[in-house]
Design a protein. Structure first.
Length: 183
């Protein structure tokens, strides 16, 4: 029986070797498949990281653009508020000037030969004028400069003495020598 036992044991050992070889082949195939899956997973992870970086950069740029837009909107809102305030003031001023204008124009006064003496302003009005700040160039409306008044012919003729009187007054003057004539 010893021979039969040896053959049976050898046969079992061969069967076990074959089973081990099949198991090893199966494990090798599964390991190769797992390596492929691992490579695909790594590639997918790498692609996901790259996509995440791109998306993060795009989001950062979008946040910056949104912040710039908010800032620009705030500035535009302030400018619009200022413009509305100026427009409101201009409308109020126009309304007040319309109300201040008389319904009937005042009759024209005759022009007198003598200019009217200047009346001193009351102390309160002078103090108010001095205390009022001068308007800046930006806010003050531009005004045309008034031309200097030209003397009228009648008033100028009345103010100047006639030519005959000036010649007579020169004859009456006392002249010491010739240098006095050049004056």
């Amino acid at each position: 029986m010893k021979g039969k036992d040896r053959e049976a044991t050898a046969k079992k050992a061969k069967d076990l070797v074959q089973v081990a070889e099949r198991t090893h082949k199966e494990a090798t195939r599964k390991a190769a498949a797992a390596a492929d899956v691992s490579k695909q997973a790594k590639a997918t992870l790498k692609k996901a990281k790259k996509d995440y970086k791109v998306a993060s950069k795009a989001a950062r740029q979008a946040r910056d653009a949104a912040e710039d837009a908010r800032t620009a909107f705030a500035k535009a809102a302030r400018r619009a508020a200022k413009a509305d305030a100026k427009l409101g003031k201009a409308r109020q001023k126009a309304e007040s000037t319309r109300k201040a204008e008389p319904a009937m124009p005042a009759p024209a006064k005759p022009v007198s030969a003598k200019p009217a003496p200047a009346k001193p302003a009351p102390a309160k009005e002078v103090a108010a004028v001095k205390a009022a700040p001068a308007p800046s160039r930006k806010t003050a409306p531009k005004r045309k400069r008034k031309k200097a008044a030209k003397p009228r012919a009648k008033i100028a003729a009345a103010a100047a003495p006639p030519a005959e009187e000036t010649a007579a007054s020169e004859d009456d003057s006392f002249v010491l020598d010739e240098s006095g004539l050049e004056v």
